[in-house]
Design a protein around this ligand. Structure first.
Ligand code: NAP
Ligand code: HSE
Length: 429
């Protein structure tokens, strides 16, 4: 006989409304796949009068989302935020022994260890597939399909909004603000879009991936974060000339000697690499495992349908009774990792300088590079308008981050430098 499981859904925005719609539209299919009739019985959002494009009349409406904590068998948190009602609801539901599905990366990146422990203590299931890379089943891939592997690194395009902006600026030569407004209108951006463009949202997701891949507790504070505000159309054009494209990547790696390095920053990636062709709001995650080698998963990383797809896959897993621990191994076995510093990173760099076109300027820049043991690999300087600063664009051979940062600080103090230097790491993904 088919079991009946009730659902309480808190948050009826882009993701929540689509989740409610899909659950109603495909009830029989989901019952056949999970063995349970999944019935939404309770919902919550801030504005009861808002038209959300789905029928809500038959559900018990709660003005206070935390009241959903004991109203159903499975509690689905789709409000967002790393504290306040989202945290209170998830904590209360797990304490009540209710299984929880959430898409909230900020919450899991900050409180994941505590919440996973709470779930295990109270015999509940905590799942958050939609929190990382939208519709791509990356958490399922790591915790099931790739679980035979020791991971050495994971690298990915983890923010659909930033990728949409970079791709559109590159392909259509449009301005940053104009494209951001478009990404917001399409439902990709966070409630606070600075999270998308300043790399914070990608870092939330990276903290979760690191925890899954390396069996440690999520450590958002250990992540080096740079966003995409400083990237200009000129950088996209120079990158193209050099055979690269600009992408915002999240990278987590086990270093040989000093722990785990986590970083989110713009990167130049080879134009013919698989990650370079991930366009628009698509995400991609590349995993390196000892047994499998390289695996790349790509797909839609944001938006109503892809995210609701991941939320419902988690609901189906709960209905099937899948009790894989939230971070693959029991929460009590996950310890804090030792963070590796950025200073010891070895990579190649792109440097764009806006300079006064005078004798000796290039010689001075290369002298500073030589002083820091940095070797130039290529150099671009096009004919400039006599009255305007000229761009000098250099790429380096592999060098140490600390040397590069010191050299750029010294160069930035030169009289002939007209603007903040633009430094972008070249990533061999
Ligand atoms: P959204 O469109 O802004 O919707 C948020 C919903 O939460 C709204 O229905 C809002 O109510 C409700 N809400 C917010 N604060 C509340 C409160 N204090 N009490 C009751 N209800 C409250 O956000 P979203 O894009 O659907 O994102 C939801 C979650 O999914 C977030 O954690 C986000 O990071 C995550 N996520 C989103 C995407 C995406 O592509 N959008 C992808 C992956 C993960 P009102 O509608 O009444 O204002
Ligand atoms: N704002 C996020 C993004 C939603 O643009 O990727 C998906 O997590």
């Amino acid at each position: 006989m088919t079991e009946r499981l009730t659902l309480a859904i808190a948050g009826l925005g882009t993701v929540g409304a689509e989740t409610v719609r899909l659950l109603a539209a495909h009830r029989d299919l989901y019952a056949a796949r999970s063995g349970a009739m999944l019935d939404v019985t309770c919902v919550s959002a801030r504005d009861r009068t808002k038209d959300r494009g789905v029928a809500l009349d038959s559900y018990d409406w709660q003005d206070d989302p935390v009241a959903c904590a004991d109203k159903a068998d499975i509690v689905v948190e789709l409000m967002g935020g790393d504290s306040g009602p989202a945290y209170d609801l998830v904590k209360a539901a797990l304490t009540n022994g209710k299984s929880v599905v959430t898409a909230n990366k900020a919450l899991i990146a900050k409180h994941g260890a505590e919440l996973a422990e709470l779930a295990e203590k109270h015999g509940a299931i905590l799942r958050f597939e939609a929190a990382v890379a939208g519709g791509i089943p990356i958490i399922d891939a790591i915790t099931h399909g790739l679980s035979a592997n020791r991971f050495t690194s994971l690298a990915g395009i983890l923010n659909g909004t930033a990728n949409y902006i970079l791709t559109t600026m590159d392909k259509e030569g449009r301005d940053f603000d104009d494209v951001l407004a478009e990404a917001q209108a399409k439902g990709y951006a966070e409630a606070d879009p600075t999270f998308d463009i300043d790399g914070i949202d990608a870092a939330h997701k990276l903290a979760i991936l690191t925890s899954l891949a390396f069996g440690c507790t999520p450590d958002f504070a250990a992540i080096h974060i740079e966003g995409i505000r400083s990237i200009t159309r000129r950088d996209s054009a120079y990158a193209k000339e050099l055979g690269y494209v600009v992408k915002l990547l999240g990278i987590t790696e086990q270093t040989a000697d000093s722990g785990i390095r986590q970083r989110v920053h713009p990167c130049l990636v080879a134009a013919d690499s698989p990650i370079a062709r991930i366009d628009g709001a698509f995400n991609a995650v590349q995993c390196f495992g000892n047994a499998i080698g390289r695996v790349l998963l790509e797909g839609p990383g944001a938006g109503a349908g892809p995210t609701a797809s991941a939320v419902i896959s988690d609901i189906l897993q709960v209905a099937r009774g899948n009790r894989t621990p939230a971070f693959m191994q029991p929460a009590t076995a996950c310890k804090a990792a030792t963070p590796a510093s950025m200073d010891s990173l070895q990579t190649r760099y792109y440097l764009r300088l806006s300079v006064l076109d005078q004798p000796g300027v290039l010689a001075e820049i290369t002298r500073i590079f030589a002083e820091h043991g940095i070797s130039v690999q290529s150099l671009i300087q096009h004919d400039a308008d006599a009255n305007r600063p000229a761009d000098i664009v250099m790429t380096t051979h592999e060098t140490q981050e600390s040397s590069m940062q010191q050299a750029v600080q010294t160069i930035a103090r030169m009289q002939a430098i007209c603007d903040q230097p633009q430094l972008i790491r070249i990533e061999p993904v």
